[in-house]
Design a protein around this ligand. Structure first.
Ligand code: ZN
Length: 368
């Protein structure tokens, strides 16, 4: 196992568009660089892991295991790579893997496949086909490049150390990856399938981050004779209706409050106070602007779970009707809504069929 893993992390992230370095940006609950460190450690393929970075002081605080070494980077990527090769020379490595920290999504399976192929080859490089059409320009003319013949090289790329060292020392021009050194000399490279998910993070837009929030809603209204009963926006035949400043729809009120809770925007009473303006307002009218606000802020609803607490009417009888109505009002798939009926053993106001209560929990996610 005389293999060494080099992580190049000395880039200045000029195109990343944030005021800090890309390699330390939090992505999938970890800093981008740590995805590479952890996977290389976990693979147990390497004697040493070398991080090439100009932020040694920051990295040392992370307390990586002893065989993770941090060395200084150079001006360009190829300078940093050469620094690493010079540094590990004294250990007489058999193979060296060179990897860009900006590719956090490679798999351990890929590392193992590279390792297997290194047994019979001096250079192993993962490639994928381009998913976009490629053109190339010569002076003012633009030509098509056959997509099938266009190969995109990824990292980690792995090499016999002696061969790579010899070529890297000789090379005078700046190169984008180590595979170029071998290609320039017409040396054989074993290309293996790369991974589409192992794309390079260059721009902040390349990273899809998401934020999930939960919200809780509760409501209760008294039942009165000679009033229509609305539950979840649906009319339900019953001897009484719910008393309130509005139509008393406990389900829609609890949903509205749950959404406001998840959005951290106070409560339904803040936006619809008991004033003349909102007297006898239908509850879908209160839910609508809140839902619109939710979608305008780029959130989507993951699911909605509802407990309707009453002796009568029987929830099972009207479940589909109520869920249909909520689905239409919230513009979400019926499959994301669950409605449970809960009785209270004839206890209290609810047990005596004098009130209906409802509680709701919602989960929402924003993709950035
Ligand atoms: Zn209410």
């Amino acid at each position: 196992m005389n293999n060494y893993f080099v992580i190049l992390a000395a880039g200045k992230s000029k195109r990343f568009g944030k005021n800090f370095l890309k390699q330390f940006f939090k992505y999938k609950n970890k800093e981008i660089i740590d995805h590479s460190v952890e996977k290389s450690l976990k693979s147990k393929l390497f004697k040493k892991i070398i991080i090439v970075s100009n932020n040694a002081r920051y990295l040392k605080k992370k307390k990586y295991p002893k065989f993770v070494t941090i060395i200084k980077g150079g001006k360009e990527r190829s300078d940093s790579s050469l620094n690493a090769l010079k540094f590990i020379k004294k250990y007489k490595p058999k193979n060296v893997y060179i990897h860009d920290a900006a590719r956090p999504n490679f798999s351990i399976k890929l590392l193992k496949n590279i390792s297997k192929n290194l047994k019979k080859n001096k250079a192993v490089v993962p490639i994928v086909n381009s998913r976009d059409s490629i053109k190339y320009k010569v002076k003012n003319e633009v030509f098509n490049l056959n997509r099938k013949n266009s190969l995109l090289t990824q990292t980690p790329q792995a090499f016999n150390f002696k061969e790579l060292y010899k070529l890297a020392i000789k090379e005078k021009s700046k190169i984008n990856d180590e595979a170029s050194l071998f290609l320039n000399q017409n040396y054989k490279i074993k290309f293996i399938p790369g991974e589409n998910s192992n794309n390079k993070i260059t721009y902040l837009d390349d990273i899809k981050t998401s934020k999930t929030f939960h919200g809780l809603g509760f409501d209760i209204h008294r039942l009165v004779k000679n009033k229509k009963l609305f539950l979840g926006g649906a009319k339900v035949p019953f001897h009484s209706g719910l008393k309130g400043h509005s139509d008393g729809d406990v389900i829609l009120h609890a949903i509205t409050d749950a959404i406001l809770g998840a959005l951290r925007k106070k409560d339904i009473g803040t936006y619809f106070p008991n004033t003349k303006k909102y007297k006898n307002i239908r509850s879908p009218k209160m839910l609508k602007p809140v839902i619109e606000n939710l979608y305008k802020s780029n959130f989507s609803i993951n699911n909605l779970d509802i407990n309707l607490i009453c002796e009568q009417p029987k929830v099972s009888k009207y479940r589909n009707k109520i869920i249909d109505s909520i689905s239409k009002l919230t513009n979400i798939n019926k499959g994301l809504i669950n409605l449970k009926g809960k009785t209270v053993e004839k206890l209290g106001l609810i047990g005596k069929e004098k009130a209906i209560a409802c509680e709701v929990i919602i989960s929402i996610t924003k993709y950035e």
